[in-house]
Write a protein that binds this ligand. Structure first.
Ligand code: NAD
Length: 429
C-alpha cells in the first residue's frame, strides 16, 4: 500500500520503517530539514535497537523515502499517518498545535480519497477535530476518512513492539477505512479491536495511566518495605505470579518519566476534569511519582552526608535503559536537584549524554562509569542499563573517595557489593 507518515520522530520513524519493511511504499515527512537530510543518507537521529538495519534495507529497496514536502508525500499516498508530538501545554492539556497544522497541510494538498490515521496520543474528540480542520481547509472536495489508531510501542523495544503488538486498535465508523486498515495490519497476526474513535482515543490514555499507576503503586509499596524491613523485589515477585497482576511495571525505582506517561497522565486528568470527574486516583499516582524523585534526592543527600563540597557520581540519564530519550527523565530531574543543592555532579550514560547536556550544563559529562566514580563521595545508579550491572565494582571502590552506592533501580546484588565493602542502599529493600 502507499503510505506516508507525517512527523518522523520516535513513533513516525519506527512506523514508517516497519511499514516499508512489510512491503508497503512509505514516505516519511518531517519539517526538520536536518533530520530528513540525515535520514535520506541512512543516518538515524535516535538510538533504537534494530532500526538502523531496517531503514538501510528499505532505503536500498526504494520502499522507504524521506522528504520535507507534505505535498509530495500526500499526492502518492492513500494512507496518511499523523505521528507528530503532542506535548503538555502549560496547563497539562495535550497541545494539538502540530496535529492541527498537519491536518491543514494535508487538506491543502489532497488530490483524491485519503485515510488520515492519527497515531499521535490525543484527547477524546480529536478524530472529529481533525475532520473539521480538513473540511475547513480543503481547496476542492475530496472524500476522506479520519481514524484513530493509537500506538503502544515502547522506546527501547520499539521495532519488535510495532511488529508484534499486543493488540491493534482502530477507531472508525467507516467500513472502507476499516477494511483498508485491516488489510494493512493483516500480516501482524495481532488481536484487532475495531471500535469508535472516542473509545480508541480513550484506550491509549487509559492504558498509559494504568501502567503509570502500577509504577507508583510499587514505589509506594517500596517505601513501606523500607520501614518494615521487607524486600520490594521479593514482594513484586510474589505479586507478579498472580496472573491478574503480572510481573510487568512492578519494579521500584526513582519514578516514571519519558515522553508519554507524565504527559498522558496530565492530559487524562484534564480530560476528566473538563467532563466533571475528579480523578483523585490519578492525582495520587502523579503525587507519588513526584515524591519518589524527591525521596531519591533526600537519600543521596543523607548517604553522601550533605551536598556541600561533595562529589556525586551518577550512572544513567535516559528515562529508562536502551533509549537516548531524556524527556521528563527522573534521572535528569534528580541530577538537576542535586546540582541545585550545591553538590558537584559527574554523569555518564551510554546514549543520552548529548540530549541531556542542554538540561544539566553544570554537570561534568564523563567518558565512562570509571571516570564518574573517580573521587566520588557516592555513586548513584539512576538508569538500568545492562552495562552498569557488569562493571568492575572492586575497581570502582578503589577509585571512589568513599565506597557508598545508591542503586535507585535495584539492579545490583546488595550482598556482593556489601562484601566488596560498599555501604549499599537500593529502593524498598
Ligand atoms: N515516544 C513513544 O514512546 C511513544 C509511544 C506511543 C505513542 N507516542 C505518541 O506519539 C506521538 C509522537 O511521539 P514521538 O515520541 O515520536 O515524538 P517526537 O517528538 O520524537 O517526533 C515528532 C516529530 O514530528 C515532527 N513535526 C512536528 N510538527 C510537524 C509538522 N507540522 N510537520 C511535519 N513534522 C512535524 C517533529 O519535527 C518531530 O520530528 C506523541 O503523541 C506521543 O505521545 C509516543
Amino acid at each position: 500500500m502507499e503510505c506516508c507518515v507525517i512527523g518522523t520522530g520516535y513513533v513516525g520513524l519506527v512506523t514508517g520503517a516497519c511499514l516499508a519493511d512489510m512491503g508497503n511504499s512509505v514516505i516519511c515527512v518531517d519539517r526538520d530539514n536536518l533530520k530528513i537530510n540525515k535520514l535520506s543518507k541512512g543516518e538515524i537521529p535516535i538510538f533504537e535497537a534494530g532500526l538502523e538495519a531496517i531503514v538501510t534495507r528499505c532505503l536500498k529497496s526504494g520502499k522507504l523515502k524521506f522528504t520535507t514536502s507534505t505535498k509530495e508525500a500526500v499526492h502518492v499516498s492513500t494512507l496518511i499517518f499523523i505521528t507528530v508530538d503532542t506535548p503538555s501545554d502549560y496547563q497539562g492539556y495535550a497541545d494539538l498545535t502540530h496535529v492541527d497544522e498537519v491536518a491543514g497541510d494535508i487538506a491543502s494538498v489532497m488530490n483524491g480519497y485519503k485515510i488520515i490515521i492519527n497515531k499521535s496520543t490525543v484527547p477524546v474528540g480529536t478524530t472529529r477535530r481533525v475532520e473539521r480542520v480538513i473540511e475547513e481547509s480543503l481547496k476542492e472536495y475530496h472524500e476522506f476518512d479520519v481514524i484513530s489508531n493509537p500506538e503502544f510501542l515502547r522506546e527501547g523495544t520499539a521495532v519488535s513492539d510495532f511488529m508484534k503488538p499486543a493488540r491493534i486498535v482502530i477507531g472508525s465508523g467507516s467500513q472502507k477505512a476499516i477494511m483498508m486498515m485491516t488489510d494493512l495490519y493483516r500480516k501482524m497476526n495481532a488481536p484487532l479491536l475495531i471500535t469508535d474513535p472516542v473509545s480508541a482515543e480513550m484506550i491509549k490514555y487509559a492504558s498509559n495511566a494504568f501502567l503509570a499507576t502500577k509504577v507508583s503503586y510499587i514505589n509506594a509499596i517500596a517505601n513501606i518495605c523500607e520501614v518494615v524491613g521487607a524486600d520490594v523485589r521479593e514482594v513484586s515477585l510474589g505479586m507478579g505470579y498472580d496472573e491478574r497482576i503480572g510481573f510487568e511495571f512492578l519494579r521500584a525505582g526513582p519514578g516514571f518519566g519519558g515522553s508519554c506517561f507524565p504527559k498522558d497522565c496530565r492530559a487524562l486528568l484534564r480530560i476528566a476534569g473538563d467532563y466533571g470527574y475528579n480523578f483523585k486516583l490519578l492525582e495520587g499516582v502523579m503525587d507519588v511519582n513526584r515524591e519518589q524523585q524527591l525521596r531519591t534526592v533526600d537519600k543521596i543527600k543523607r548517604m553522601a552526608g550533605g551536598f556541600d563540597g561533595k562529589k556525586i557520581g551518577v550512572l544513567g540519564l535516559a528515562f529508562k535503559a536502551n533509549t537516548d530519550d531524556i524527556r521528563e527523565s527522573p534521572a535528569v530531574n534528580i541530577v538537576s536537584m542535586v546540582l541545585s543543592g550545591g553538590a558537584e555532579v559527574s554523569v555518564y550514560d551510554p546514549e543520552a549524554m548529548e540530549n541531556a547536556s542542554e538540561f544539566i550544563p553544570e554537570a561534568k559529562f564523563a567518558g565512562d562509569a570509571y571516570e564518574v566514580a573517580a573521587q566520588a563521595d557516592i555513586l548513584v545508579l539512576l538508569t538500568e542499563w545492562d552495562e552498569f550491572k557488569w562493571l568492575d565494582y572492586t575497581r570502582i571502590k578503589e577509585l571512589m573517595n568513599s565506597p557508598v552506592l545508591l542503586d535507585a533501580r535495584n539492579c545490583l546484588d546488595p550482598a556482593v557489593l556489601r562484601k566488596i565493602g560498599y555501604t549499599y542502599e537500593g529502593v524498598g529493600r
